[in-house]
Design a protein around this ligand. Structure first.
Ligand code: F6P
Length: 582
């Protein structure tokens, strides 16, 4: 396929389009009773079980999807990514988040240079710094140990680290390592969020980590200036050096902000913001909270294992590790999936399967929802050609059974929305109550196993009649079924599995983008809103300070701005510093 050909003009795409009618004649109720089909739709890798038998797909569909992947040169694109080629062509950048979790002795090149040593230089620096903070050999301006961290950042500089922190927060080993410490995040620019992020914290014992790839993001920089003020008001301006550090690719701006460059942790333009959790963006705050050892605990041991493996002393590294209960942590988990992604054939490759099924659901079956945010929310191909098909999905979800009591009504009887169910075999926090039918985790997992079948199989009017349901209620109690989902079962939710999960979803996005022929690694679509906000910011300043009239906006915005300014006209035109009073 020539690079400028749209994927929808290829034979495999057209073939899949024709195949839709065939699939529309099937029902998951019947497909699910074909054991051979179901068995071949289960894939296992490194402790993770993927079951995609509840997708509106047959083995024929899967073959057609593999042909589509071939037509899109998926393997070639994955290899180009790992080889550091500048596949983010609109920003002329490599896409190398896989290098962030590569073992120390791996070689991954960008611009002809192996980037792995640089990655490890920063990881070593994080290890040293976080140990200095945690051990109390680095103290704050008044001599107190810094036990709390506020990570200031937004978008990719926030969501990935928050995801990992949320998952680790209840892991027993992680809890032990975090004892007496707090990690908070400040993302939104709403002053309410500033107040919440520092409530109950003492500036004397708090370290602020400013996380921004560009160090120009308006919200992050205002939040950072606000916390700088919070620290210097309490402890004096010189305290900033002891209480603020930064993570950025822009070390010049970090220094201009007043943070000692020695306390800045670099990353690189080949790491996209939303793919940056394995860089200092995530690893620094998480290491401060949990200790570097939890995030990358068995580095040397792993090297030993890889050496054994290399010299054929061990048959399988992951097996050995799992069998002996060795805790592989976050980066290693992600790296394990990275290896799987680049080497496993399509039919056994978890991220590839997830990506292909998403494409099947979005572009062929017309189910627009799931989650992908910036990466695949594109309207043109990587060559700038408008797409005659939909790309990207709307993702939403909820942990545990929360969704069941809010939006599941919609997915069972309303719109068809393909679902991913992610469950773990062993709870981080097992709870059993004597006399209860099942443990609390089994209760949770009962729903994990039940919901996909309820969606797939549904309930017919005939079944309801047999149950003597009143006729007028039958339409209301009927479940059409035939609603696709897939299930991912993880052994547990330790840092290793969290790393695996993260990498699976990162790579799924790449697979979809590679096949749709779009650039999953740029985000031009966020720029317009930002520049209009700049215009509004200027107007608010001019109207408040110099009483200048509102100009250059449409009727609606002018009316809203007028109302806003009039109703807050008690704010002085040149206010003095005001910090949260919470
Ligand atoms: O506006 C979108 C975005 O650029 C994301 O891609 C990024 O993760 C976020 O803003 C924050 O950017 P930065 O890390 O440069 O502050």
């Amino acid at each position: 396929m020539a690079s400028s050909t749209l994927i929808c003009d290829t034979e495999p795409w057209k073939d899949l389009k024709n195949h839709v009618q065939e699939i529309k004649k099937t029902h998951l109720r019947d497909l699910m009773s074909d054991t051979d089909r179901c068995q071949s739709m289960m894939v296992e890798f490194d402790g993770i079980l993927l079951d995609y038998s509840r997708q509106n797909a047959t083995l024929k569909t899967m073959d057609k999807l593999y042909q589509l992947a071939e037509a899109a040169q998926l393997n070639n694109k994955i290899n180009r990514m790992y080889n550091g080629e500048k596949i983010n062509s609109t920003e002329n950048r490599s896409v190398l988040h896989v290098a962030l979790r590569a073992p120390r002795d791996a070689a991954i090149n960008s611009d002809g240079k192996n980037v792995v040593p640089e990655v490890w230089k920063v990881l070593d620096k994080i290890k040293e710094f976080s140990e200095t903070i945690r051990s109390g050999s680095w103290v704050g301006a008044t001599g107190k140990v810094l036990k709390d961290v506020v990570a200031v950042g937004i978008g990719g500089s926030f969501l990935g680290p928050l995801f990992v922190h949320t998952a680790l927060q209840t892991d027993l080993e992680a809890i032990e390592c975090a004892r007496g410490r707090q990690l908070r995040f400040l993302a939104n620019v709403d002053p309410i969020d500033v107040a919440k992020s520092i409530t109950g914290l003492n500036p004397e014992t708090t370290l602020v980590v400013v996380v921004s790839k560009t160090f120009t993001t308006a919200e992050t920089m205002l939040n950072a200036r606000t916390l700088r003020e919070w620290i210097s008001t309490a402890l004096g301006p010189s305290a900033v050096a002891k209480h603020m550090v930064a993570v950025s690719t822009n070390l010049t701006l970090v220094e201009k902000f007043g943070i000692d460059p020695n306390n800045a942790f670099a990353f690189w333009d080949w790491v996209g913001g939303r793919y940056s959790v394995c860089s200092a963006v995530g690893v620094l705050p998480l290491s401060l909270q949990y200790g570097f050892s939890v995030v990358e605990k068995y580095g040397n041991f792993l090297l030993f294992l890889f050496t054994c493996y290399h010299f054929q002393l061990l048959r399988s590294v992951p097996e050995f590790i799992v069998r002996h209960g060795i805790i592989l942590k976050f980066l290693k988990g992600a790296w394990s999936i990275d290896q799987h992604f680049i080497s496993a054939p399509y039919e056994k490759n978890i991220p590839v399967l997830l990506g292909l099924l998403s494409i099947w659901n979005v572009s062929f079956l017309g189910h627009p929802a799931r989650v992908s945010m910036e990466s695949n929310g594109k309207g043109v191909s990587i060559d700038g050609v408008p797409l005659p098909f939909e790309a990207g999905e709307i993702d939403f979800g909820e942990p545990g059974t929360n969704g069941q009591h809010s939006f599941y009504q919609l997915i069972h009887q309303g719109r068809v929305i393909p679902c991913d169910f992610i469950g773990v075999v062993k709870s981080q926090q097992p709870v059993y109550l004597k006399g209860e039918v099942v443990s609390n985790h089994d209760e949770l997992m009962s729903n994990f196993f039940a919901q996909p079948d309820a969606l797939a199989v549904g309930k017919t009017p005939e079944q309801l009649q047999k149950e003597n349901v009143a006729p007028h209620l039958i339409p209301h109690k009927t479940f059409s079924g035939n609603r696709p989902s897939l299930s991912l079962l993880l052994p547990s939710l330790n840092a290793y599995n969290i790393g695996q999960l993260l990498a699976i979803y990162e790579h799924r996005i790449a697979v979809e983008g590679f096949i749709w022929g779009i650039n999953s690694f740029d985000q031009w679509g966020v720029e317009l809103g930002k520049s209009l906000a700049t215009q509004v910011r200027k107007q608010l300043h001019a109207s408040r300070m110099k009483r200048e009239p509102i100009e250059g906006f449409n009727f609606s915005t002018t009316t809203l701005l007028t109302r806003y300014l009039e109703a807050s006209s008690d704010i002085p035109s040149d206010p003095s510093t005001l910090l949260p009073r919470i």
